[in-house]
Write a protein that binds this ligand. Structure first.
Ligand SMILES: Cc1cc2nc3c(=O)[nH]c(=O)nc-3n(C[C@H](O)[C@H](O)[C@H](O)COP(=O)(O)OP(=O)(O)OC[C@H]3O[C@@H](n4cnc5c(N)ncnc54)[C@H](O)[C@@H]3O)c2cc1C
Length: 379
């Protein structure tokens, strides 16, 4: 076994971390306060090859593996978790096409993403179906050479800026998993309307909205696979994307530990730096153990995917561990900063707010445990 990153992975990580420190961190607070979308950052990240990491070389992508992508994700999330959520959302939305698309569909829908910095959204969640994703109610009806798409999606990342929507819908809600379809929908078709930008606790620069579809005419050739293949495509996509989302937790936790360590060495109470107090030392030790353990699980889940080894359980374990650890680590960082940690002048309160989302999206921490338990106990 070898736990080291390969040379090119280390170089990518270093480059991404430099970008995070020099380009993302200086503007992250302002984007958070004003809730503005970090378009310029995403465009620069695209130039450097940090966006669309999942795209294969056949369509002009850089052909990165998932472990490469997770490495980049940790570095960029160190800069800002919200910005990286918007960056990795393209991987989430385009992976279904990589998994379930025909050669023509890949060429048509994926290639433009390698040519210009455009965005895509993954539309699974609905107002009435979140964890129970198979309970979705958005429908398609066969209407000759096209489908008529009707329904509502909720909490859709990047929706306000997306050119392409990957929409999960059903031919009949009563069929549950068996009726679900994955449909590629150009975002500017007639009948699509967007809700207002959600006002969020954290990751406030990322754009999150509802999307409504009213009799939207979508060409039949935009269906991935056959009618009813959507659930399988969605589940395979989550196996791929959960390690990426977990990398957000790794980056946020890494930054929180660094901030807290620096502060603990400087801040003096009772005549000594607080780092001299064993209680603070133990917190820093626990935070570091949690991050190291999380990284091992997440990287293993990514490595399994790259090796073609089924990674559903590993991806869920990595996600639950990394998300829950990041929440604890960022909360502890605020604690180490004391009253100053509660102030917006210091970076750690934002880290704590941003971290909370990772326990919720792409399957809550409870749902990850259900996936793991199902794997242990059998269906
Ligand atoms: C900022 C943001 C961005 C998002 N981006 C996207 C996106 O781009 N695309 C997309 O499709 N979705 C997106 N989501 C939606 C996200 O994936 C859902 O919010 C998430 O899956 C949870 O669904 P829910 O909010 O409906 O909660 P619910 O499913 O209603 O869950 C509520 C609570 O009940 C618990 N719970 C539910 N069922 C069970 C069970 N069987 N056992 C134990 N506990 C259970 C949950 O863990 C949770 O604690 C986003 C959400 C947010 C907040």
């Amino acid at each position: 076994m070898n736990f080291n990153l390969k040379n090119d992975q280390q170089e990518m990580f270093d480059l991404a971390l430099k970008f995070a420190k020099n380009e993302m961190i200086p503007v992250a607070r302002e984007h958070d306060e004003k809730e503005t979308f970090p378009k310029a950052i995403i465009e620069k990240a695209w130039e450097l090859g940090f966006v669309n990491t999942c795209l294969p070389t056949e369509v002009g992508g850089n052909g990165f593996g998932l472990l490469d992508a997770v490495t980049i994700g940790e570095a960029l999330s160190y800069g800002c978790m919200g910005m990286y959520t918007s960056i990795m959302c393209n991987d989430l939305a385009l992976t279904p096409i990589v998994i379930g698309g025909s050669t023509e569909q890949k060429e048509k829908f994926l290639k433009p993403f390698t040519e210009k910095p455009i965005l895509a959204s993954f539309c699974l969640t609905e107002p009435g179906s979140g964890s129970d994703a198979a309970g979705l109610k958005t429908t398609i009806k066969d209407n000759g050479d096209h489908y008529l798409l009707n329904g509502s999606k909720m909490w859709i990342t990047n929706a306000g800026y997306a050119d392409l929507l990957l929409v999960y819908c059903t031919i009949d809600p009563n069929l549950k998993h068996k009726g679900i379809c994955a449909l590629v929908v150009p975002a500017h078709l007639e009948g699509i309307t967007l809700g207002k930008k959600e006002e969020k606790m954290g990751q406030r620069c990322s754009d999150t909205r509802s999307v409504q579809f009213e009799n939207v005419k979508v060409p039949k050739e935009n269906l991935l696979g056959k009618e009813g293949d959507g659930w399988k495509i969605a589940m395979k996509t989550l196996d791929h994307s959960r390690p990426l989302v977990s990398s957000i937790a790794l980056g946020g936790a890494r930054r929180a530990i660094e901030c807290a360590t620096e502060y603990a060495k400087e801040r003096k109470q009772f005549g000594v730096p607080i780092a001299k107090h064993q209680a603070i030392q133990f917190m820093l030790a626990d935070m570091t153990m949690k991050l190291d353990a999380s990284r091992l699980l997440v990287q293993k889940a990514a490595w399994q995917a790259d090796e073609g080894i089924p990674n559903t359980r590993a991806a869920s374990a990595g996600k639950a561990m990394a998300a829950d650890s990041c929440m604890q680590i960022t909360t502890d960082a605020v604690q180490i900063f004391g009253g100053y940690g509660y102030s917006r002048e210091y970076p750690v309160e934002k880290l704590m707010r941003d971290a909370k989302l990772i326990q919720i999206y792409e399957g809550t921490s409870q749902i990850q445990r259900l996936v793991i338990a199902k794997d242990i106990l059998g269906k």
